[in-house]
Design a protein around this ligand. Sequence first.
Ligand code: HEM
Length: 144
Amino acid sequence: MTFTFQFINETVRLANIVPGIFRKALKDVNYKGYTIPAGWGVMVCPPAVHLNPAKYENPLDFNPSRWEGGETNGASKHFMAFGGGMRFCVGTDFTKVQMAVFLHCLVTKYRWNPVKGGNIVRTPGLQFPDEFHVQLSEKRSTET
Ligand code: HEM
């Protein structure tokens, strides 16, 4: 399952399902010469982190192997698809199991062909303005 979890991490890194995470400064916070005053709201933008070329080489490429040998559970300041810290998503493991089952059925039971669309817009959430149509067909039992 190692590669499956790399594949899932790469999917949620690029999909950026959550475009913003919100926090409130409980006290004045000094960061790199700036002060965030107590009471201010802060929006963390995970897509900005996940598409950072300094951390992810060719960040727009879908490359599950980039996770090889690394940590695929939990969160870091470079990976926060499921948030992090005290409010880390409680549905993370459930989500990953569902994605693994879906992927397993997709690759073992079906073939698929892109039909039309596929234009990608990031605002910063991932969108397909012309939609993305894929034709699915069941594999015959003799196909691999
Ligand atoms: C791809 C699927 C999912 C993504 C990308 C996702 C993402 C996130 C993120 C980023 C947070 C943190 C929000 C924050 O820090 O303010 C969060 C929190 C949470 N998620 Fe998910 N989530 C997913 C699926 C699920 C599922 C399936 C469930 C429930 C079955 C779930 C339940 C929760 C709950 C209850 C919290 C709040 C945790 C807390 O505040 O202590 N999530 N999720």
